[in-house]
Design a protein. Structure first.
Length: 304
């Protein structure tokens, strides 16, 4: 029988640690969230953020504005010394215009890790901002949440050296967005996994090559079908933002770890017959990773 692991179970130790750290601070970290769309998933995420911040002692301010004013509002927050972290609830315009907004957020306040500096470092397996390796890079919240979930349920092999603990694991991710899917594929591949990244245009393989000999992941063309990669995968992760998409467990192997990060149910009930562990959602872990990133930025800003 499959065991269902709830996001609240994984998030709890992180939330407890965050509460403890904040209780010891004289100046509470302040997070500003910008909402400039009518997307229900974004509004739900904003509500989760506000609720969790209240529980942990973080000062959270939601600023709603027309999307035409968003860039100027971000710049104002960049220059406000009382603000330690900035996030934007996407999509706003979509496409390259949203990427431009991601790069408008100052590196030292980018709590989501979506600006060019952090994304470049992630894809090149650069884990620190400085040569002394005292300041870790900020990782996008949902990919980081999925990593922490995989660590919690034992998908990472703790016997192996840090950075290689997914060696031997095969992972399929059904989502290759620039916000979650592709960064997640890079993270897992940099940690040693062979990752099949799936979207409507096909399948790509991310890995560090045979024997994980490469210093960072590379991307390879893939001729396998979705059914074929599912049959090989130890972990299957879905994140399709549509209520109409359902991934059948028919071709998944027995004992698979199944994780869904979409706000919709991407996996049918049959997944519980195949999966050893099923994680139906990740939202609460994502919010705790957001707060964890904020604490890190607060430390960097206040220790100057």
């Amino acid at each position: 029988m499959s065991r269902t692991v709830l996001a609240s179970e994984v998030a709890k130790p992180f939330i407890d640690e965050i509460k403890l750290q904040i209780s010891q601070l004289e100046e509470k970290p302040k997070l500003v969230g910008f909402l400039a769309n009518e997307d229900p998933a974004a509004k739900m995420y904003a509500e989760w953020t506000a609720k969790t911040c209240q529980q942990t002692g973080i000062v959270f301010e939601l600023r709603e504005c027309p999307r035409t004013e968003l860039e100027d509002k971000i710049v104002d927050a960049n220059e406000d010394p009382s603000v330690h972290g900035i996030m934007v609830y996407y999509p706003v315009f979509g496409g390259t215009q949203d990427q431009y907004l991601q790069n408008t957020v100052a590196v030292e306040k980018d709590v989501e890790g979506l600006c060019h500096k952090y994304r470049y470092n992630l894809y090149h397996n650069i884990r620190f901002l400085d040569k002394q390796e005292t300041k870790k890079c900020i990782i996008p919240c949902t990919p980081l949440a999925i990593v922490k979930i995989m660590e919690h349920i034992g998908a990472y092999n703790k016997i192996l050296p840090f950075g290689n603990r997914l060696h031997g694991r095969i992972v399929t991710i059904v989502n290759r967005s620039e916000v979650v899917g592709r960064p997640l594929a890079a993270l897992l591949a940099n940690d040693g996994a062979k990752v099949y990244s799936v979207d409507e245009f096909g399948i790509m393989e991310y890995s560090r090559g045979p024997g994980i000999a490469l210093a960072r992941h590379e991307t390879f063309e893939c001729t396998l079908t979705l059914d074929q990669v599912l049959a090989k995968s130890d972990v299957v992760i879905t994140g399709v933002p549509s209520p109409k998409y359902t991934l059948s467990a028919e071709h998944m192997k027995d004992g698979v770890i199944a994780i869904n990060f979409s706000t919709f149910k991407n996996m049918g009930e049959d997944v519980k017959k195949k999966a050893s562990i099923f994680v139906p959602s990740v939202g609460k872990v994502t919010v705790s990773m957001l707060e964890r990133n904020l604490l890190r930025l607060h430390e960097y800003l206040t220790s100057k």
